[in-house]
Write a protein that binds this ligand. Sequence first.
Ligand code: SAM
Length: 264
Amino acid sequence: MTTGHSSHTEVVREQFRIQSAQFEEQVGGGYNRDIPGWILDNLALTGNESALDVATGTGIMARDLAPRVAHVTGIDVTPEMLAQARRIASDAGIANIAFDDGDAAALPYPDNQFDLVISRIAVHHFANPEVELGEMRRVCQPEGRVVIVDITAADDAALAEAHNRLERLRDPSHTTACSVAGLTALAERCALKVVHTGETDAVRDLDEWLDLTAAPASVRQTVTAAFEAELAGGTVTGMQAFREAGRLKFVHHWAVLVCELTGE
Ligand SMILES: C[S@@+](CC[C@H](N)C(=O)[O-])C[C@H]1O[C@@H](n2cnc3c(N)ncnc32)[C@H](O)[C@@H]1O
């Protein structure tokens, strides 16, 4: 079921049609090989879980979960990302994995279906995260866990807005990266109690990051100029810009929030 044909859904589909060309190479294998192990370390899996990976993309999180849970389903709204997810999992001979086409805002599953419902680096693309997170909670069984993994913005509102503005310029499907406190408050509004939080940093290369979205020259110039201005002592980007071996880089701060369900 692919519902929610909002204009934002179409922006997401178009953006990830573009990103699907380099997504596995950059995000699956490239810029921070420590992230998958760090996420799994935060999950304390039993091995018996029936898991759902919401906004699975090319299935990176789902494939990481597959050997550690009973079964994992990935769901996504972008056909080109899902096609890769299915092909890569099939080529790898993973038997306990399945992929569905669907919108996180209207998950095509009954209530209480899964033991673990996770979403990695996707909440900041959701049109109305309370709706999508509410759906994740609905399909999670009462004793299960909902896990949010996302890049976050600074606590300072001005820094967070500067950061989000550059993210939106580079990727129009970016809605808002929240602070860790903001994600925690979002979870609480969705009747979720955060029982564990993990945080880590990942360094990204600015040009590679812009390549992934095939950012037009005007966007590249604007974002690069913002980084150069910060390094010259001007307005901060909220992205901790720095230069290393002649290349512009920045820091993405990641958080994992493990949540239990509370009474509504
Ligand atoms: C940055 S990618 C992350 C993919 C994957 N979770 C990972 O960690 O590699 C974001 C993904 O979210 C998907 N997405 C965004 N909004 C969605 C929605 N409302 N329902 C389903 N998928 C969505 C996009 O299609 C894209 O594949």
